[in-house]
Design a protein around this ligand. Structure first.
Ligand code: ATP
Ligand code: MG
Length: 268
């Protein structure tokens, strides 16, 4: 039996015996199956997770698939976009089979342009003051609360942090956002844009703060195999669960969206 299948059997046995759960926190199932198995069941509910990768690594697709998979299980979600305008985002997503317009029409997946909220609040487009950041945080919380969402995405936290004036504000913002959403039982994905990685130069976020505040890190990258770039996914950290840290190959296709395809050499 290949290592990959052995791991699935081991994890599913562990799940049955509950030995992979450190406490009674329920899991938020991403619906990307081998990933849930690698996580010992899913993302511990209430966690804030950084989805890290360079441009085109699949962060937006991953997050949207996570929301639509949740919506199909009856968990309402909201996607806050800052990097891509709404029409462009939905147009790209329409190419994927997992994407279902009806979930949007039914209010199970809500897509909101943060720049429009910012405008309506009269915030400075370039830089947010402490008051601006608090106002934005309140609006995010109110929306999550009112819609009673179980899943929330901010795409990207990098673009949002860019508008915050200091490291301290970034720390405060992510910490407050994470803890207030967690108290509502909401599981949050924050995308983090990083430049393509030079050897020995890996950072999971632009400001170097985000990864310490987040409960989890899912790292999307590439490996070069004879000139072919192969997509990879790795769970670097996930508080509250015993999980695999091995790097696996990943594919993006219209039919299956993000899909884990083979196990690469374990990195511990
Ligand atoms: N319908 C599709 N079928 C297969 N692959 C696709 C499809 N749409 C996009 N892709 C692939 O996914 C990549 C983009 O994924 P995505 O937008 O999720 O990345 P990202 O990490 O969010 O990028 P960015 O940092 O630029 O926002 C594209 O560059 C393309 O290679
Ligand atoms: Mg994106």
């Amino acid at each position: 039996m290949p290592e990959y299948e052995k791991e699935i059997v081991k994890v599913s046995e562990g799940k049955r015996k509950n030995s992979f759960m450190n406490n009674d926190t329920p899991f938020c199932i991403t619906g990307i199956e081998p990933l849930d198995q690698k996580l010992g069941g899913g993302i511990p509910q209430g966690n804030s997770v950084l989805v890290v990768g360079s441009s085109g690594s699949g962060k937006t697709t991953f997050c949207m698939q996570y929301l639509t998979n949740g919506a199909k299980q009856g968990e309402r979600g909201v996607f806050f976009t800052i990097t891509e305008p709404l029409f462009k985002l939905t147009k790209n997503m329409e190419n994927f089979k997992f994407y279902d317009k009806k979930l949007i029409e039914d209010g199970m997946v809500n897509i909101i342009d943060l720049r429009i909220i910012s405008d309506r609040l009269g915030l400075n487009v370039e830089k947010y003051s402490v008051e601006d950041a608090s106002a934005l945080l309140e609006v995010l919380k109110d929306i999550a609360d009112e819609l009673q969402v179980k899943r929330l995405v901010i795409d990207s936290i990098t673009a949002l942090c860019y508008r915050l004036e200091s490291d301290e504000m970034i720390r405060d913002f992510i910490f407050k956002l994470g803890s207030s959403l967690a108290s509502m039982g909401c599981t949050t994905l924050l995308t983090s844009e990083i430049p393509p990685v030079m050897v020995g130069d890996l950072k999971y976020s632009k400001y170097g703060i985000e990864e310490f505040i987040a409960d989890g890190i899912i790292y999307l990258s590439d490996i070069d195999r004879k000139g072919d770039l192969i997509r990879t996914m790795q769970v670097v950290k996930m508080r509250g669960t015993s999980h695999s840290r091995s790097k696996v190959a990943m594919n993006i296709s219209s039919d299956r969206g993000i899909e884990i395809i083979t196990l690469l050499k374990s990195r511990g």
